[in-house]
Design a binder for this molecule. Structure first.
Ligand code: ADP
Length: 591
């Protein structure tokens, strides 16, 4: 993932998490507060409705009492004044006090007179209302002239306000002639009138009403423990409930006041507005942050990266472009300084390498010339020694001396040849000249040369060329001879007992040459070093084995020049196997 995508992802995720957190917090904190405010408002409205109802009851009771504390009324219940009803209980009286039923009862609860009104026409008071009154002594048994009873009652059809006052003299003295009872039914019209006066939506029901609206049962259940209960009604209204006692002190009515949930809805809208504004501001902030990060960091990092790529392709002479004076610019400047240092170091290295190569070439030329100068007289010496050994009549002592002189000259010649070879290789003058040769002949010739050496140590040499090897192949015969000779002579040199074996096989146009001995072996950490020029496992001056450390270097260079390779496997004290792999070309049969 690119830095740009990572930055975008991280900033985006942080922003989303923040918005989510703030939204949740807003909803829980703000909406809860608005909900609380809404509850308080509903509560206040419920209280207003209760106050209003209480005033209604109070006024109704006061009006009832006005009629009860009157000599005419006392006279009517005691003596049945015939004109009383006609003069005092007209339909306008009923209307102005909003009375539905009037009942005059004597102190024993017997109804002396009763009258109801409905739609401005007189009706009898329903028998169950009269029965209720006579069964409720509270309504007509007064302890004193100042006793009153008022409040709510539950009638079979309706709930109602009832007021009862003792009938007595206008001077508010005994005797108590009975009770004047007024009843105002709280029917739908009356509730609507109350609602209009209080500007509240009011509903009043008997608790045992069989047709209670569906939200009431839950409210009644909650009102068992609390004086009031508030709950949302549908989505947009909040309802407050409370129980009302009847005149006997039993909770028999339930009042509901419902008001629009405007505070809560306003809260919801404000919260939504807040979240939307938050999201817009957040998106703007993220965009601004991204633009800034892009301009100040990402774009410059991308430029820096492309500069570095350009330098790695075009070379160290190129430089990173430096812009501004901030930390990134400091890094760019430092990179340029570093590049300059590397460039200088590289030039110095190149100069040192050129010098080293030049002196190495001089060394090689010197070695080649020296070897040549040494070989010419040495060849003459060996030639004369051969003639002496062949012709002269030497005694056995001199013959032995001449033979030693010849053998040492031959060793010297081999060493000089090795030096000449390696200096040719290092001077880049090694040339591989492939031509058709017989591997079997080459192997046989080397084997017979080496046999002399091996016989001195009584070591058997085995040489085998498998049938896979074609009779003639195309390769450099001299190089092949040198490779096998060097490996075999090392095998013989570093082996005291056991044997030295040479196996030549061929797989897929590649010669596989294995030289295995049972000699002293080589420690694994020396595997690479022994192929370097003049490197030997034992580099002490007192080492028991001859040689100057060039044989394996020549083998490896020849193998490389022929597109092949050489590797060693060995175990200290048990012997070594050198394996050479050399690709060769098939000799084309001439038809
Ligand atoms: P030289 O034989 O002249 O020392 P070489 O390059 O042929 O040089 O070999 C380098 C060194 O590798 C030897 O000095 C010897 O320590 C080790 N070496 C080479 N061949 C063998 C072998 N067959 N067994 C054990 N050691 C070997």
């Amino acid at each position: 993932m690119t830095l740009r995508h990572k930055t975008l992802l991280i900033i985006g995720l942080i922003f989303a998490a923040l918005v989510l957190l703030l939204s949740v917090l807003t909803r829980t904190l703000l909406l809860n507060s608005f909900d609380e405010l809404q509850t308080q408002d509903t509560h206040a409205n419920l209280q207003r409705a209760l106050n209003s109802l209480a005033r209604e009851v109070e006024a109704f009771e006061s009006s009832t009492n006005d009629y009860a504390v009157w000599d005419d009324t006392l006279d009517f219940v005691q003596n049945g004044t015939p004109t009383y009803i006609e003069e005092n209980l007209s339909s306008s009286t009923f209307a102005s006090f909003q009375i539905n039923y009037i009942v005059f009862a004597n102190p024993d609860g017997q109804v002396v007179f009763s009258q109801g009104i409905s739609d401005e026409s007189e009706i009898p008071v329903p028998p169950d209302v009269l029965a209720y009154i006579s069964q409720t002594p509270l309504l007509y048994q007064f302890a004193s002239v100042d006793d009153r009873v008022s409040g709510f009652i539950v009638l079979p059809e309706n709930v109602a306000i009832i007021a009862s006052a003792p009938i007595r003299t206008s001077a508010n003295t005994e005797p108590i002639g009975g009770a004047l009872i007024w009843i105002r039914l709280l029917d739908t019209a009356e509730i609507a009138r109350l609602a209009e006066r209080t500007q509240l939506s009011i509903d009043l029901h008997a608790m045992n009403d069989a047709q209670l609206p569906s939200d009431f049962p839950n409210a009644i259940a909650n009102l068992n423990n609390n004086p009031t209960f508030i709950q949302p009604l549908a989505d947009n209204r909040s309802a407050g409930y409370t129980l009302l006692n009847d005149i006997e002190g039993n909770p028999s009515l339930i009042l509901r006041v419902d008001t629009p949930r405007s505070i809560f809805q306003q809260g919801q809208q404000s919260t939504l507005f807040f979240v939307v504004v938050l999201v817009i501001l957040g998106v703007a902030a993220v965009a601004a942050a991204l633009i800034l990060v892009e301009r100040l960091v990402l774009a410059r990092l991308a430029k820096f990266s492309s500069d570095v790529q350009r330098i790695s392709q075009a070379g160290l002479s190129e430089r990173v472009s430096v812009a501004g004076d901030d930390e990134l610019a400091a890094v760019e400047a430092e990179v340029n300084k570093l590049l300059a240092k590397i460039e200088t170091a590289q030039e110095e290295l190149r100069a040192a390498k050129d010098a080293a190569e030049q002196s190495n070439r001089a060394k090689s030329i010197f070695l080649a010339n020296m070897s040549h100068e040494l070989r010419t007289p040495l060849n003459a010496i060996m030639g004369f020694l051969t003639i002496i050994l062949m012709n002269a009549k030497l005694d056995s002592k001199d013959e032995y001396r001449a033979q030693r002189a010849y053998a040492n000259s031959e060793r010297l010649l081999n060493t000089i040849n090795d030096i000449l070879d390696i200096s040719r290789i290092e001077a880049g003058r090694l040339q591989i000249v492939p031509m058709p040769i017989s591997v079997r002949d080459t192997v046989e010739s080397v084997r017979s040369q080496m046999e002399v050496l091996a016989e001195e140590k009584s070591l058997p040499i085995e040489a085998q060329v498998t049938e896979n090897v074609p009779s003639m192949i195309e390769t450099d015969g001299d190089a092949l001879t040198k490779i096998i000779t060097n490996l075999l002579s090392n095998g013989i040199k570093f082996t005291e007992t056991g044997s030295v074996k040479l196996l030549v096989d061929s797989v897929d146009n590649r010669l596989i040459i294995k030289v295995t001995d049972t000699g002293i072996g080589i420690a694994p950490h020396m595997y690479d070093l022994i192929f370097e020029s003049f490197r030997q496992v034992d580099e002490s001056t007192t080492r028991p084995y001859g040689g100057i450390g060039l044989g394996l270097a020549i083998v490896q260079n020849l193998c490389k020049a022929m597109q092949g390779n050489v590797r060693v496997e060995s175990e200290l004290g048990r012997g070594s196997t050198f394996t050479v792999t050399l690709p060769f070309a098939q000799v084309k049969e001439i038809a």
